[in-house]
Write a protein that binds this ligand. Structure first.
Ligand code: F3S
Length: 418
């Protein structure tokens, strides 16, 4: 591959990976078994800088003409556009054209388009994830792959695309056993009642440990949604890539196994006081009028959609409130087939898939807010700490309210945060 026998694209990919390995002093290349990647072909193929210039359109075209395809099962999430709602969301048509072009090119290279930030909910990883070397993008998914599923991945970027093309990756970071053991011991002495509490915990600990590997003790029988919220929040408050929950996650049967042989850098006890401290950053005034309610970050599974439908009880969302329920297109289809979507639509809510406010180039979305400095989403409520965290800087939210799903739904109905 390095000698160019598989064409220019594969050669450039391998040159990049070799350089990456040299920088991180990797001892060897390893085989990867799965890739979850992001593609931005329309940017890459016109790129001129040192990295994206590697992917000039002539190189991509030559690869496609020669039948180059990815070497491992690869899902890619081109994740900006809701194709069912792009006009209503005022997504510029050029973005939609770029999106379709990107999807077409990536599909020709053998990748499967799965526009979601929670791919593990809807597709297996082809091989059993435990102990499997993979490459991945999307911070909340990376942490979930590593900690909850026991797969091995770094925080990748364009390197994930190159690894998918070659099937190889330099052995460094979280692909090495000793880097996966915990270095902070966290004693949780508070009952975590909902995924919002897991989000508060993750945000706080992420802030404290930064890029560390926290080991949580005292967490009992979390749901998948709880672990998703914890994964997402740890990589929002900090840049955590790996964590352990003793007795729950696969590399932490005991606290000793999770910590390895080294002494933790710190022992931290979490009580309701610490969670309350984080919560207060996202607890706007009671009685404020609401404009926007966002649920499903990371994307909801069909279980959360079912619970939400039960909470709606055939009532209506307040006329002045925009309600977004976010999920992947497959789950949206399922919700439409079994009637849950109808209940949400009849209440006045919308199911958004393939994008979210943080990545959407339309309205409301970070891209739109950048282009229109006068715009604001207004007062926003959410059951996700990640959305709450980005609401002010990216969406120009005036006030942000964080609460469990039921509280958000009740507020969406009354139009008032209580
Ligand atoms: Fe997914 Fe957007 Fe949240 S990408 S994790 S819904 S910020």
């Amino acid at each position: 591959m390095l000698a160019g026998k598989h064409g220019c694209l594969v050669q450039k990919a391998m040159e990049f990976l070799v350089r990456l390995g040299e920088i991180y002093e990797a001892k060897k290349m390893i085989e990867i078994k799965y890739a979850f990647i992001y593609t931005a072909m329309h940017v890459w193929r016109r790129g001129r800088d040192e990295i994206t210039g590697i992917l000039h359109e002539d190189i991509l075209k030559e690869a496609i003409d020669k039948g180059v395809v990815v070497k491992v099962p690869t899902l890619f999430h081109e994740f900006r556009i809701d194709l069912d709602n792009w006009e209503r969301l005022k997504i510029p048509s050029i973005e939609v054209e770029n999106y379709r072009e990107d999807v077409e090119l990536a599909t020709k290279l053998g990748m499967i388009h799965v526009p979601t930030c929670a791919p593990y909910l809807i597709n297996d990883m082809y091989y059993h994830p435990y102990g499997t070397d993979i490459v991945a993008v999307e911070s909340s998914a990376i942490t979930y792959f590593n900690a909850v599923l026991g797969a091995r991945t770094n925080r990748d970027g364009i390197s994930a695309f190159f690894a998918a093309l070659t099937g190889k990756y330099p052995e460094y970071g979280y692909h090495i056993d000793e880097n996966r053991v915990g270095d902070y011991r966290i004693k949780v002495k508070v009952d975590l009642k909902s995924h919002v509490d897991y989000g508060l915990l993750g945000c706080h600990i992420g802030d404290v440990v930064g890029t560390g590997v926290p080991v949580f003790e005292g967490i009992q029988a979390p749901k998948v949604r709880d672990l998703m919220a914890l994964s997402s929040a740890l990589s929002t408050g900090g840049a955590v890539t790996m964590f352990h929950v003793v007795g729950v996650t696969p590399e932490a049967p005991t606290v000793e196994a999770a910590l390895g042989r080294t002494e933790p850098k710190a022992q931290i006890t979490i009580t309701s006081e610490e969670l309350q401290g984080v919560y207060e950053n996202f607890s706007g005034e009671i009685g404020a009028v609401l404009d926007f309610v966002v649920l499903g970050c990371p994307y909801y599974s069909i279980y959360e959609i079912k619970e939400l439908v039960n909470m709606l009880e055939e009532k209506k969302i307040h006329n002045n409130v925009e309600l977004w329920v976010m999920t992947d297109p497959q789950t949206k289809n399922l919700a439409e087939n079994i009637g849950y979507a109808k209940a949400i639509y009849q209440a006045g809510g919308k199911i958004i898939s393939g994008t979210c406010p943080v990545v959407c180039p339309g309205k409301p979305g970070a891209g739109y807010c950048r282009e229109h400095p006068e715009y604001s989403v207004g007062n926003m409520a959410t059951d996700s700490i990640k959305q709450a965290y980005y609401a002010e800087p990216l969406l120009k939210a005036k006030k942000v309210f964080l609460g469990d799903t039921e509280r958000c739904i009740k507020a969406a109905m009354s139009g008032i945060w209580r």
